[in-house]
Ligand binder design. Structure first.
Ligand SMILES: Nc1nc2c(ncn2[C@@H]2O[C@H](COP(=O)(O)OP(=O)(O)OP(=O)(O)O)[C@@H](O)[C@H]2O)c(=O)[nH]1
Ligand SMILES: [Mg+2]
Length: 494
């Protein structure tokens, strides 16, 4: 066997580039593989540290470093897919692109023949490598063939163009329009693609691997899961409320709920005022004079505060109390009713009013501002004490003519509100529900809330109808509440 040294490789010998050889009579692809195999050892074989020998194709052993052997056993670095190598087929002038070398598992070692592995450690190492490499048997052989096909050079590529006879199965119909089965028709010869076909990627599945399998959890897909009837949320329940026409009319007539300025303007209100509907903040006595109810024209005067029941003033004058959760707007409502802003202190911080405050409005009537219950910026024990005080007041106070139970229109009645209602029911204290801050919600929601409260408490006996709806900010509904409360004063005896 004779090896030809390519011109290009001879030229590169001086510069340390790898050598390339071509055997006569060997297929080009084989020859190139030989190039790769012998590759790196090239001129390094001149090195003094001789440990191994590399067998050349003609059986002559060449000396080289152990690394050379390692490299030769590995896939050559420059034999990557699409890499360029010099070849004398082109006269050594140009570099040519060789075909893709497909990756082949387990057969990437040197393709030296068994006769070549006759000397030294190389043989034993090669054997070791072969022992380590997975053996695919017949498959490996086929892959070897693919490898050979894969590395064919340009010349062989041209020669490997073969004409294939491709048979297409066409559908033929008989006269009745039925399909004639099994008819094959020869078509024209089709020139197959000259490019070598890409090898199909085979994914081997381990039949014993259960890591990716679904575990059977005992329920079959056919069985329909029980559909639990989910109770609609509180919000959904609220949205489903249909207010009565009378409530809706009342809301519209009194411009309750959130309104646009234009709407108020068309209704004849001076929107430049902070509270155009009824309230005139920092009102003077002349403005109070215009109030429709005499009793509310009087000056509101603070006369007592109580932290405990023992410090309640004597029940000489009939009282109307304002109860409710903290920050619901009790103190603000007192100011709005009397058009006397600043007499009763208000704050956006829940828990401002901490004592029971008594205000004299008329020789026949006093208004009582109660501390709130529920959330407040105060210690738990203090809040509990307020609640107890309020409960004691509404259930035992002599001369208490009515309790206005204020409910925030946005949030509705809470459990503590119901507690107080129950208490007043037990003590037969007359109470009236007043929805506050109606300007913060839509008119329809004001109506819904009124409807909801009315429905919830319709069985109660001490409740005074109807449910009042007010806004201390816009003044909506204040006039109606005034009228309702003035009636109490009218029939009272001092
Ligand atoms: N938007 C709007 N805000 C209001 C209304 N009434 C009161 N407020 C506001 O609500 C906050 C609380 O008002 P207060 O009158 O102090 O409430 P309260 O019930 O006396 O509160 P406590 O004394 O802490 O129990 C204040 O910031 C008021 O401006 C109303 O009708 N509409
Ligand atoms: Mg208050």
């Amino acid at each position: 066997m004779e090896l030809k040294r390519s011109r290009a490789s001879v030229g590169k010998m001086k510069t340390g580039a790898p050598l390339r050889f071509k055997r006569d009579g060997m297929k080009d692809s084989r020859a190139k593989r030989k190039e790769f195999d012998v590759g790196e050892s090239g001129d390094r074989s001149q090195s003094s540290s001789v440990r191994r020998s590399i067998i050349r194709g003609d059986g002559v052993a060449r000396k080289g470093k152990p690394s050379d052997l390692r490299l030769s056993q590995r896939k050559p670095r420059y034999a990557k897919r699409g890499s360029l190598v010099a070849d004398d087929s082109n006269g050594g002038k140009k570099s040519e692109r060789i075909a893709f070398k497909p990756r082949v598992r387990g057969r990437e070692g040197p393709s030296v023949g068994s006769e070549a592995l006759s000397k030294g450690k190389l043989k034993s190492n090669e054997k070791k490598m072969n022992g380590r490499m997975p053996k695919y048997g017949a498959k490996g052989d086929s892959e070897e063939k693919i490898l050979d096909k894969g590395v064919i050079g340009e010349e062989e590529k041209d020669s490997s163009v073969e004409k294939k006879r491709v048979i297409y199965q066409t559908r033929l119909l008989d006269k009745s329009g039925k399909k004639i089965r099994g008819h094959k028709k020869d078509t024209d010869d089709v020139v197959a693609d000259a490019q070598p076909k890409k090898r199909k990627r085979i994914i081997r599945i381990d039949p014993y691997d259960i890591s990716n399998k679904r575990h059977y959890d005992g329920t079959s897909n056919k069985e329909k899961p029980e559909v639990k009837e989910v109770e609609p949320s509180k919000n959904a329940q609220f949205r489903a409320i249909q207010p009565s026409p009378s409530i809706l009319t009342f809301v519209e007539d009194n411009l309750l709920g959130r309104r646009r300025l234009n709407e108020l303007r068309y209704a004849g209100y001076n929107v430049k005022l902070p509270a155009p509907l009824d309230n005139i903040p920092f009102s003077t006595s002349t403005e109070r004079e215009r109030l429709e109810e005499n009793v509310f024209r009087n000056k509101l005067e603070f006369f007592a505060a109580a932290k405990v029941s023992s410090s309640f003033p004597p029940p000489l004058i009939p009282e109307i109390a304002f109860a409710g959760r903290s920050n619901v707007g009790k103190s603000s409502l007192l100011n709005a009713l009397t058009r006397q802003w600043g007499v009763v202190r208000t704050s956006d911080k829940p828990g401002l009013t901490q004592t029971i405050n008594f205000f004299k409005l008329d020789p026949k009537l006093s208004l009582v501002d109660l501390p709130g219950y529920g959330f407040a910026y105060a210690k738990e024990e203090v809040k509990d004490a307020w609640e107890e005080l309020v409960k004691e007041y509404v259930s035992t106070r002599v001369g208490l003519k009515r309790v206005c139970l204020l409910i925030d229109c946005k949030w509705g009645m809470k459990p503590r509100d119901h507690e107080l209602v129950d208490l007043m029911e037990r003590s037969q204290t007359p109470y009236q529900i007043v929805l506050t801050k109606t300007d913060a919600v839509l008119p329809i929601d004001v109506a819904r809330r009124a409807m909801q409260v009315q429905e919830n408490l319709k069985a109660n006996k001490s409740i005074v109808s109807p449910v009042m709806m007010v806004s201390s900010k816009s003044g909506a509904g204040i006039r109606n509440l005034r009228t309702a409360l003035a009636k109490i004063a009218r029939f009272l005896k001092p």
